[in-house]
Design a protein. Structure first.
Ligand code: LLP
Length: 384
């Protein structure tokens, strides 16, 4: 992420998100280069990570498909120009209007998470006289070495259909004339850096594929979800995630049947490193044991530290004075409104610009209006 020319930030109301589109394009080029090595690999960008229209347009230009989890997301990606036939639609609690929206737009595939949901999709499809392509999201009971709040593939999580019910749900789907069963969907969690976790998923999928084959059930689509993590500690050294190893793992361990395509739903790895939250220091306060840099961004703008104990690298863009130790905190009336504690920053003064790095994913999109605050605006490097 290029933050060398900070003059471009003068006169812009803080806090705001800043997206380096050169880095985003470099990331997308790497993804395309790595997936083109393998037959039938398709990446659907998980728009839940960042739905900023300007960011979405760059991703669409690179030709990626898209993964949505709500009707609002479907509307947003259509507005950004994504073709509906590249949309996969997941989510454990889809409302009827959201299902209708997906069916009306002839999206690529619904990732279905329960029999009651399948029944509703079928009912709506019958009413509309359409046939709908579905994959079943199977809970593979594979743990991921990540924060408990972003682990999704364990039997105790609310997501997906239990493995032991897989054949029953597929047989049910096959009885519905307006449903076409296409394949399986998985997602074990997010911010995963250990390739062993993806290897475990690939092996579990192989077992399930053997079961399907024994039951003479054909599948075209294997959707392995997303989850590839980024380097929050050293974003400047590692701006592009290790897509090479990631796709190599699936190529090596996932056994495909003839004609099968593999779909990926990557969010964080696509946009995480290209975004920064830019904030201004309102006050420097010296307590008896602590020194606080009080900035104008709060947990309302970037909730990850408060919600997941996440650490975003923080840098002072204005000062090159000697380093001192600070707690960087926001103005929100909550004790958890802390970005980081006891970190070293070049001496901070009122008015300095501070950047919180690796904030392109799950940053702007998770902002809230708590304390009646304005939502942060997102700008690209092409605008500023
Ligand atoms: N597919 C499904 C079914 C998902 O649930 C998710 C993320 C993804 C794909 C994309 O995962 P990614 O490639 O971005 O790891 N707000 C949290 C992350 C929540 C992830 C939710 N699901 C955070 O800020 O860390």
């Amino acid at each position: 992420m290029d933050l060398t020319n900070t003059n471009r930030f003068q006169g812009i109301r803080t806090p705001f998100y800043y997206y380096d589109t050169a880095l985003l394009r470099q990331t997308l080029d790497t993804i395309n280069e790595e997936t083109s090595k393998y037959e039938g690999y398709h990446v659907h960008y998980a728009v839940k990570a960042n739905a900023n229209l300007k960011v979405l347009k760059v991703i669409n230009e690179a030709g990626l498909g898209i993964d949505c989890v709500s009707g609002g997301e479907i509307k947003q990606v259509l507005k950004a120009g994504f073709p509906a036939n590249k949309i996969v639609f997941a989510g454990v609690g889809k409302s009827d209007w959201e299902i209708e929206l997906g069916i009306d737009n002839d999206i690529f595939c619904f990732n279905v998470e329960s029999i009651p949901e399948l029944e509703v999709i079928n009912e709506i499809a019958v009413r509309k006289g359409k046939t709908v392509d579905v994959c079943f999201r199977i809970n593979p009971n594979v743990g991921a070495h990540t924060h408990a709040n972003i682990t999704t593939g364990l039997a105790e999580n609310k997501f997906g259909i239990a493995m032991e019910d897989m054949l029953t749900v597929i047989h049910t789907a096959q009885q519905y004339p307006n449903i076409r069963f296409k394949g399986l969907h998985f997602h074990i969690g997010s911010q995963i850096l250990e390739m062993d976790d993806f290897i475990a998923l690939a092996k579990r999928i192989n077992e399930l594929q053997d079961q399907l084959e024994a039951a003479d059930i054909k599948t075209e689509i294997i959707n392995v979800g997303g989850g590839l993590g980024i380097d929050y500690a050293n974003p400047q050294q590692n701006p592009v995630p290790d897509f090479k190893s990631y796709f190599e793992v699936y190529n090596k361990y996932l056994k495909l049947r003839p004609g099968q395509s593999v779909h990926f739903e990557l969010g964080r790895a696509v946009v995480g490193q290209c975004g920064a939250l830019i904030t201004r220091v309102n006050y420097v306060k010296k307590g008896s044991v602590k020194q606080f840099a009080i900035v104008d961004a709060g947990m309302t703008d970037l909730i990850r530290p408060a919600l997941y104990d996440a650490h975003h690298k923080i840098v002072n863009l204005t000062s090159d004075l000697a380093e001192e130790t600070y707690d960087v905190v926001g103005p929100i009336c909550e004790s958890s409104d802390v970005f980081d504690k006891d970190i070293r920053l070049n001496t901070v003064r009122r008015g300095d610009l501070i950047a919180m790095l690796s904030a392109g994913a799950y940053g702007e999109i998770m902002a809230s209006g708590y304390n009646c605050r304005k939502l942060p605006v997102g700008y690209t490097s092409e605008e500023l």
